[in-house]
Design a protein around this ligand. Structure first.
Ligand code: UDP
Ligand code: MG
Length: 210
């Protein structure tokens, strides 16, 4: 049987010191899948793109999408989805706050028949009280207007199947609020709790609310 195709989509903005480490961690998982890693460079001003190019020369599994200006995390994720051609897509952050080891559990759920495996944070980490309060109010409001039962601790760390990818590709909005959309499109949905890591190198690009 043909191997399943997995694409890992990583939005990157000034992550020069995280990319190689993340790449090594993903490779060392030895996933028995037809893997590629799509880095979406959101117009970094450091050597992020150069690091990705070097990896690509060494390993064809590494692909790059490069933006002409900084469009933001959500649009970077959307571009990665639009360019993908795979059976399973996993999106995760470059800074190792989304532990690649969780990929085993995510794929297990996919094999059990789930189309969306949404990772939820065990805690919000070191966010300040205003962030936590704003986030609480935002999600309450969102649940009311969108009619989607979105929990407070979801992150942009998730697996989606080809069926979900195909539906998302049909949506024309350039800025898609993926946290809501992955539930809104339907299909079998499940969550896994994970303990977020600490940013490996560099600084967070979000000071208040992402
Ligand atoms: N990111 C991006 N464009 C931006 C800001 C961030 O592509 O304008 C990427 C960033 O490189 C990281 C992910 O989005 O891989 C999440 O960003 P960050 O770690 O700064 O957010 P936080 O974890 O603090 O919410
Ligand atoms: Mg982060």
């Amino acid at each position: 049987m043909k191997n399943l195709k997995l694409s890992i989509v990583v939005p990157v903005y000034n992550e020069e010191n995280n990319i190689e480490l993340l790449y090594n961690k993903i490779i060392s998982l030895n996933l028995e899948l037809d893997l590629n890693i799509i880095f979406v460079d959101d117009c970094s001003t450091d050597s992020t793109l150069e690091v990705i190019r070097k990896l690509n020369l060494k390993d064809q599994k590494v692909k790059a999408i490069s933006f002409s200006r900084n469009f933001g995390h959500q649009i970077a994720l959307s571009a990665g989805i639009d360019q993908s051609d795979c059976d399973i897509l996993i999106m995760l952050d470059a800074d190792l706050q989304h532990p690649p080891e969780e990929i085993y559990k995510m794929i297990k759920k996919y094999k059990e028949g789930y189309d969306v495996v949404q990772m939820t944070k065990k805690n919000q980490g070191k966010r300040n009280i205003f962030y936590k309060l704003f986030s609480y109010i935002f999600y309450r409001f969102f649940r009311k207007i969108a009619g989607v039962n979105l929990s407070n601790n979801v992150s942009d760390f998730r697996l989606i199947s080809k069926r979900v990818i195909d539906e998302i590709k049909k949506l024309n909005e350039k800025e898609r609020f993926l946290r809501g959309i992955v539930q809104w499109v339907g299909f079998k949905y499940t969550e896994i709790e994970y303990k977020p890591g600490i940013r490996h190198s560099g600084v967070s690009k979000y000071n208040f609310f992402e």
